[in-house]
Design a protein. Structure first.
Length: 136
């Protein structure tokens, strides 16, 4: 009788140990369509030094543009492009320029142009932001 109880107890312990070694099923979360729409892969340069960043929200996107304008205001030459922006039609050499003293206007315009597939360069001199958008 003692031997049966020990055997059953040993079997129960081994069965629970074997169960704990099994891999758990991972539940993958799939981003919603709004999350996909706001994710941006941005390549940018500051005074010619190339960098890359992934921005996952509108707040990060706003902060990034603010930091680019701030760097421009400090005398740096910055440019940036959204690598994931869809470009409609055939490639053109379209160049558009905005000159303004209003950082909010510069920010809004730069965001629109980057999302349209333009490479945006920004400089600041004499109290004016010069934002140049180039579509290749």
């Amino acid at each position: 009788m003692k031997r049966i109880v020990i055997t059953v107890a040993l079997f129960a312990v081994l069965a629970t140990m074997a169960g704990s070694c099994q891999k758990e099923k991972l539940v993958e979360s799939h981003p919603t369509s709004t999350e996909l729409a706001t994710e941006r892969a941005i390549s940018y340069t500051v005074d010619g030094a190339a960098n890359h960043v992934i921005l996952r929200s509108e707040a990060e996107w706003d902060g990034f543009i603010d930091s680019m304008l701030s760097l421009a205001a400090q005398g740096h030459e910055v440019s940036f492009v959204n690598n994931g922006a869809t470009v409609n039609g055939e490639p053109t050499k379209d160049v558009q320029t905005l000159t303004t003293s209003d950082p909010t206007e510069a920010k809004k315009w730069a965001k629109e142009k980057v999302d349209e597939g333009y490479t945006v360069s920004t400089t600041y001199a004499n109290g004016q932001y010069t934002v140049v958008a180039i579509k290749k």
